[in-house]
Design a protein around this ligand. Structure first.
Ligand SMILES: [Fe+2]
Length: 405
């Protein structure tokens, strides 16, 4: 660790964000500055079945783009699935890769764009800043609201041999264009809406309560996409928390509620801007081993773990927690700081229950004997551990898992 306090931080985003109802109509025109002709589209069979392709792709074909369609996307993509998409891409030889769908499809598009550009294997780039240079232009068109992948620098897939989710993290993976149209998310089913939506909240809270940028323990000579808590990321994190408090339950209860969908689309993108600069921390580190071992979506796993990790972090971030309670809509004027901070945790537990996210790991089929292995894997993810405001020991992580069990 360097001895001097860090006084500098950076802020990165997608190259261009187009946001709003029916923004999708602008897609053909928005691709023009990218100077591309052959676009590889990564999507999944569900979106094909519900007719999403007609809405999104027909205008592109009419505008003269050559499209290659890979529709084998799966939730929580495995290495094997991403490799199929890469093989497809090698045949098609695109000059841009468009991810259409949830974060899984967008992440897959990022991984494909990278491997097609640099010709290594998928695993060669896992970790932070291991991509040697620019990749094919990535275009992100999300149909769910939560992962923030449309603006983020990360792409996650499951390493099926090690039973853990792994992440490739690089500024080169930020989409050149993020086109976020809330209307597209109206087709998203309630469970996916809930799981993705709580992920946006986790992103915002982990960014907002991250270790301060000036104390971020980055070893000398190492670079990091994540930089710890900073004023730019705070701005987006606070807004995200407010939007999730206002709109997530509504979006889950009535998918056609366009105002709620729009609020959650904004929350997802803003949450992505917050966490992809400040960082995510212990919740994500603890979710990766769980998600690699049992069948649970990234969002539901994170949502489950969030209050337990908050309880652990509370002593270092009480002021921020009290602010989170306010942002979620609580009147904290008559509460002590500690009371307001606890209120945030209570409100999140209630929200989680209201939208059907499980409360205990055992509900996911986790066995008690798995917890120790989870803790060992979680603590090994240094790039996330060092973002957390409290640096946990193995025993402490195990204890959090036991409480969540
Ligand atoms: Fe996440």
């Amino acid at each position: 660790m360097g001895n001097e306090l860090r006084s500098v931080f950076e802020f990165h985003s997608a190259g261009r964000i187009i946001f709003g109802r029916n923004a999708i109509k602008q897609l053909p025109q928005a691709l023009v500055p990218l100077n591309v002709k052959r676009v590889l589209v990564i999507t999944d069979p569900i979106l094909v079945r519900i007719g999403m392709l007609e809405t999104v792709l027909e205008p592109l074909t009419k505008a003269g783009y050559d499209l290659g369609l890979f529709d084998g996307g799966e939730p929580e993509p495995t290495q094997a699935m991403v490799e199929k998409a890469i093989d497809f891409g090698r045949q098609f030889v695109p000059d841009a890769v468009l991810g259409l769908g949830g974060g899984s499809n967008i992440d897959c598009a990022k991984l494909v764009a990278n491997v097609l550009s640099h010709h290594g294997g998928l695993h060669d780039y896992v970790g932070e800043n291991r991509i040697p240079g620019p990749v094919l232009p990535i275009v992100a068109v999300p149909t769910t609201s939560g992962t923030g992948s449309e603006v983020s620098a990360a792409a996650v897939f499951t390493d099926t041999t090690r039973h853990i989710k792994v992440s490739t993290l690089s500024q080169y993976l930020r989409p050149r264009l993020a086109l976020v149209d809330p209307v597209l998310s109206q087709t998203c089913p309630p469970k996916v809406t809930a799981d993705a939506g709580i992920d946006a909240l986790v992103h915002a809270i982990e960014a907002f309560t991250a270790i301060d940028n000036e104390h971020y323990p980055l070893p000398t000579g190492e670079t990091s996409v994540y930089q710890g808590k900073n004023p730019f990321a705070d701005l987006y994190a606070e807004k995200t928390i407010q939007l999730v408090g206002r709109y997530l339950k509504r979006a889950v209860q009535d998918g056609s509620d366009l105002e709620a969908r729009e609020g959650m689309s904004l929350a997802a993108t803003m949450g992505g801007l917050a966490f992809s600069n400040a960082g995510v921390a212990l919740v994500h580190a603890m979710e990766y081993p769980v998600g690699g071992a049992v069948h649970v979506s990234h969002g539901a796993g994170n949502g489950l773990l969030l209050p337990y990790v908050m309880q652990y972090n509370e002593m270092t971030r009480m002021t921020e927690f009290a602010r989170i309670a306010q942002l979620l809509g609580a009147d904290t004027s008559k509460l002590t700081l500690e009371g307001a901070s606890q209120k945030a945790i209570e409100m999140i537990i209630k929200l989680r229950k209201d939208i059907g996210i499980p409360n205990q790991l055992r509900e996911l089929g986790v066995k008690p004997e798995q917890l120790k292995g989870f803790a060992e894997k979680a603590i090994s993810i240094q790039r996330l551990m060092r973002v957390n405001p409290r640096y946990p020991s193995m025993e402490e992580i195990l204890h959090i898992y036991e409480q969540a069990f």
